[in-house]
Design a protein around this ligand. Structure first.
Ligand code: G3P
Ligand code: MG
Length: 253
């Protein structure tokens, strides 16, 4: 496999990516949030995929249901039938009452219908890497059309290694909070397309080294353009933001 980090420059054609859809504009990780990102002019969204009971895949961030829905308990233990009944909108605002937790398939269909690119972040219960990664990859194989509009990311390096082993020539992103000393070894091991990191922990030295090594550099979660003014000079390619309207000056009209 070639190093897609160096060979493929047409994938990430935007400086602005919506986070969890557009988490400040609509309930995070819902179809309403994905639509809000598109309406704000974003052409890419990041969402989180989570494995639940019975092999179900849903768009959800947390290990428990309470914060974002009217349900309670451990997300991993909820069945698809349980999750389908949840209200994921009211916790954000009554305007979104009845908004559901999307399945991965629903989200893939919505995102492609809107013509957006997708950064799909794989979340998982600690023991679930071997269970979620092949299931997600199979779903993408069957239901995602344009490989140049897809990045797969995870904080878990073993999950990314498994994505790489499964192949499908996907664009892979290693996610970090603070960047570890062996980041280059980890990125080479998965022939990464990008390094995605917490902007507040990023140094200029790291940013310039990542770019010199040929990788795209994405930073989360940036909600104030002024907080990353100098990062563009360091080579940052894209911000992942809860509110793409704040970055309208970087989006095409
Ligand atoms: O993918 C970037 C960002 O979403 C990672 O953190 O916790 O918001 O999923 P989190
Ligand atoms: Mg995420």
């Amino acid at each position: 496999m070639t190093n897609s980090a160096i060979s493929n420059d047409k994938v990430l054609n935007t400086k602005v990516m919506g986070h969890r859809g557009a988490a400040l504009l609509a309930p995070e990780n819902t179809l309403a949030s994905i639509r809000a990102a598109a309406e704000a002019g974003a052409t890419w969204v990041e969402i989180d995929v989570y494995l639940i009971a019975e092999g179900g895949l849903v768009i959800f961030h947390d290990d428990t249901l309470e914060r974002c829905t009217n349900g309670f308990g451990v997300t991993r233990e909820a069945t698809p039938n349980d999750v389908a009944k949840l209200d994921a909108g009211s916790a954000f605002s009554s305007q979104f009452a009845g908004e559901s937790v999307p399945t991965l398939l629903e989200a893939l269909e919505c995102i492609q219908f809107l013509g957006l690119g997708l950064n799909l972040e794989i979340k998982h219960d600690g023991a679930d890497v071997e269970n979620i990664v092949p299931t997600v990859m199979a779903m993408l194989r069957d239901h995602w059309q344009d490989n140049d509009k897809l990045i797969i990311s995870s904080f878990n390096h073993n999950a990314m290694l498994l994505c790489y082993e499964i192949g499908d020539d996907r664009h892979l992103a290693q996610l970090y909070e603070a960047i570890p000393s062996d980041w280059q070894v980890q990125l080479e091991a998965i022939q990464a397309y990008s390094l995605n990191c917490d902007y507040s922990l990023l140094t200029e030295t790291h940013a310039r080294a990542i770019k010199a090594a040929g990788y795209k550099l994405l930073c989360y979660t940036v909600n104030d353009p002024e907080s990353v003014t100098e990062y563009w000079d360091w080579g940052m390619d894209t911000v992942i933001t809860d509110d793409p309207t704040k970055f309208a000056f970087l989006l095409a009209p």
